[in-house]
Design a protein. Structure first.
Lengths: 86, 132
């Protein structure tokens, strides 16, 4: 997954994740919930990701593992982008 | 008494107000059931309490990280005698059955800044949760 996608995810997390620390200091594999992202903030992150990448998270992806790290979100975005008809 | 599980969550009114301002109807439709939207009439204080209750209920169901539990599969009904209660449908109901959780009890409180909820799950199934 490209760095630009992970950069965009970091921007979304910075704007909507309500994380107490600096998002840029988090590793791609850092647990976002452990880092302080609340369950309600994860809703905002999901909706902002949908806007940023022009996609929609289906119900089957509404699970903790999809939003637990930048790497996991990146994988999900990649999967949804690949599934979206051109 | 059977096995107990507990979940709790806190949500500030400001968080909900910001979500409404940023995402509006899309936020409402992804998180809340039609009945919840009808009962709450879009009030941020009310919605914050419902969200806290949903999350507390999900935590009481003790999902694994790969368990899918859409927010809309947990409903919080408030216009009932005896106070607010939890209803489960779909994936949340499936999870409650897998866990043997037969009843969910909700405690919900609001302060000047936010809402907090505690849900206690009871099992094994002496009484079934209210399913709709």
């Amino acid at each position: 997954m490209s760095d630009s996608i992970r950069d965009e995810i970091r921007r979304v997390l910075s704007d909507h994740g309500r994380l107490p620390g600096d998002v840029s200091s988090l590793s791609d594999d850092a647990d976002l919930f452990q880092a302080g992202m609340t369950s309600h903030a994860s809703v905002n992150v999901m909706l902002a990701l949908e806007d940023a990448f022009d996609l929609e998270f289906p119900d089957r992806m509404l699970k903790r593992s999809v939003f637990e790290s930048i790497a996991a979100i990146s994988d999900a975005v990649g999967q949804l982008t690949a599934e979206t008809p051109a | 008494m059977g096995r107990l599980s507990v979940g709790m969550d806190l949500v500030s009114f400001r968080e909900v107000e910001e979500a409404l301002a940023s995402f509006g109807d899309r936020y409402l439709r992804r998180v809340f059931t039609d009945q919840e939207l009808s009962e709450s009439r879009g009030d941020a204080r009310d919605l914050a309490g419902r969200f806290a209750a949903k999350e507390a209920a999900i935590k009481a169901l003790t999902p694994e990280v790969e368990d899918v539990v859409p927010w809309r599969s947990v409903g919080v009904l408030s216009r009932r005698p005896g106070g607010p209660s939890i209803t489960l449908t779909g994936k949340a109901m499936e999870l409650s059955r897998r866990r043997g959780i037969s009843q969910l009890r909700l405690g919900l409180s609001r302060t000047g800044e936010g809402a907090g909820a505690v849900v206690i799950g009871h099992g094994p199934r002496a009484n079934r949760p209210e399913h709709s």
